[in-house]
Design a protein around this ligand. Structure first.
Ligand SMILES: Nc1ncnc2c1ncn2[C@@H]1O[C@H](COP(=O)(O)OP(=O)(O)OP(=O)(O)O)[C@@H](O)[C@H]1O
Ligand SMILES: [Mg+2]
Length: 463
């Protein structure tokens, strides 16, 4: 509030209004006046007083109605309203407070009391404003967090993962089928469950089935159910997993392993939500969101004739491609810390940390098994370190270690030319990993031109 607090006084009685103005000004407030409800609302279109003193009984729009309108306006509702009521009307006080007024003053008023109540109202207003301010800050923070930094409990701040979060954010509330692709251990299952639990179906079932787990006949009955007598051993009706998933989400893992016959049945579920249990004649209908995952290249399988093209297009409405861990090395320390934290919580022991040379070793490994391999390595490191809280590189597994040992600096051998090439190759590939493939950044870091870098990348087959 810059300068004197501003009070809007509203009264249809000219003498009363004048008296209010006098008292307020005498106590250092600046004043605005209105002689009826209409005028008051008009005034609020251009003025923003700190407190409103409002007579209840006025012709036209009375004080209650003015209160109601102000309190339902998102912009004006933080201005405290003090109602001016005749001495013996407690119903008016009750009604006024219910309409949202903040306090009241009886007429004829005592100057001292009036001023004391106006000051109290100013304190309330300050609190309102502070609350509003912190609410805005919280909302902003939440929005920023929700936008890109993370999704569910997925760890990773690399630009590749931020792109994934942005896509998940866009599709989480819809029912479109999603195909998640990525190498083994990149988090396909984690993403599928995060999509379910952050979407509108989260209160219903999340059912998953790995399509490579059973033979064809078993998988069919598992997915779609069967009726009694459908095959030897089918001694009673059994509902399939699609029925269990009704209303929820079905995660079909390794969908590339499905036989052509089952692919047809799945296509039908995707087309109209219906399927026929094994041995039955009547179709059943379900509402299921389908998320499929594969580490295979389904497009190639379509070309090779082992995966139905129509099914591929139905499943692939949205494709979430999970990057390999070696394509987002900046997430390795984050993930390692996260796993150490999880282990500490599980075991109730203090959280361990990684020495710089351990981190260096983890950073230079290629992680063909991706996050799962890293998770296993961290579990192992945690065990090997025993009671020590600092994990050192001596504990790193041999196969992980070997990559960093191949460092051309630590084991120079062969001709000078070869050694220099090895060093060049390894520095370029490390710089590219750090810049997440951004060639301009990597070139800058290495102190060479971008075109020089591009030539070397080609020469060493690094792209
Ligand atoms: N971004 C991540 N943040 C935290 N944990 C992760 C992340 N990605 C994967 N994990 C963990 O790594 C392990 C492997 O992930 P998940 O099972 O989801 O991979 P996948 O792609 O389904 O693997 P596969 O192809 O072998 O089935 C799980 O324990 C999972 O919780
Ligand atoms: Mg999986």
């Amino acid at each position: 509030m810059a300068g004197a607090p501003k009070v809007l006084a509203v009264d249809d009685n000219q003498e009363g209004l004048f008296a209010l103005e006098q008292v307020l000004q005498k106590h250092g407030f600046s004043t605005l006046t209105a002689s009826n409800g209409q005028e008051a609302l008009k005034c609020l279109e251009s003025e923003f007083p700190d407190v409103i003193l409002l007579d209840v009984n006025m012709p036209g729009i009375d004080g209650f109605e003015v209160t109601k309108r102000i309190k339902s306006d998102p912009w004006l509702r933080y201005i405290p309203i003090l109602l001016l009521t005749a001495k013996d009307t407690s119903e008016a006080v009750v009604e006024g407070l219910e309409k949202g007024a903040d306090d009241f003053v009886r007429k004829p008023f005592e100057s001292e009391e009036l001023i004391a109540r106006v000051r109290a109202a100013l304190r309330t207003r300050k609190l309102y404003l502070e609350l509003e301010q912190s609410r805005r800050v919280t909302a902003e923070l939440q929005q920023r967090l929700g936008q890109s930094a993370t999704f569910g409990n997925i760890i990773g701040q690399s630009s590749a993962m931020k792109e994934v979060y942005a896509l998940l954010e866009k599709i989480k509330d819809s029912d479109v089928p999603v195909l998640i692709s990525g190498e083994s251990g990149t988090g396909k299952e984690l993403v599928a469950s995060a999509l379910h639990f952050n979407g509108p179906r989260h209160a219903k079932s999340f059912v998953q089935q790995n399509c490579s787990a059973f033979n064809d006949q078993l998988l069919e009955s598992e997915l779609f159910g069967h009726v009694r007598g459908a095959f030897t051993g089918a001694i009673k009706d059994k509902p399939g997993l699609f029925e269990v998933a009704d209303g929820g989400t079905f995660f079909l893992d390794e969908v590339g392993e499905m036989s052509p016959a089952l692919q047809v049945k799945l296509l039908r579920v995707l087309q109209d939500g219906t399927f026929i249990p094994v041995g039955a004649t009547k179709p059943k209908r379900v509402s299921v969101r389908i998320i499929a995952a594969t580490h295979r290249n389904l497009r190639e399988m379509v070309k090779g004739g082992t995966f139905r093209e129509d099914l591929f297009y139905r499943l692939n409405v949205v494709n979430v491609k999970l990057p390999a861990l070696r394509e987002r090395r900046s997430d390795i320390p984050l993930l390692a810390d996260f796993f150490l934290q999880t282990i500490a919580e599980r075991t109730g022991k203090p959280v361990k940390s990684l020495s710089p040379d351990t981190l260096r070793a983890l950073n230079s490994h290629d992680w063909p098994g991706n996050v799962r391999e890293l998770q296993n390595e961290v579990e192992r490191l945690n065990l090997m370190a025993g009671p020590e809280t600092l994990i050192t590189a001596t504990h790193v597994s041999e196969h992980v270690q070997s990559a960093s040992n191949e460092s051309p600096v630590s084991s120079p051998s062969g001709s000078l030319k070869e050694a220099v090439e090895r060093l060049e190759r390894s520095m370029i590939s490390a710089a590219l990993a750090r810049s997440e493939g951004n060639k301009s950044l990597a070139a800058k870091e290495l102190g060479i031109s971008r075109s020089n870098l591009i030539n070397k990348v080609k020469e060493y087959g690094l792209s």
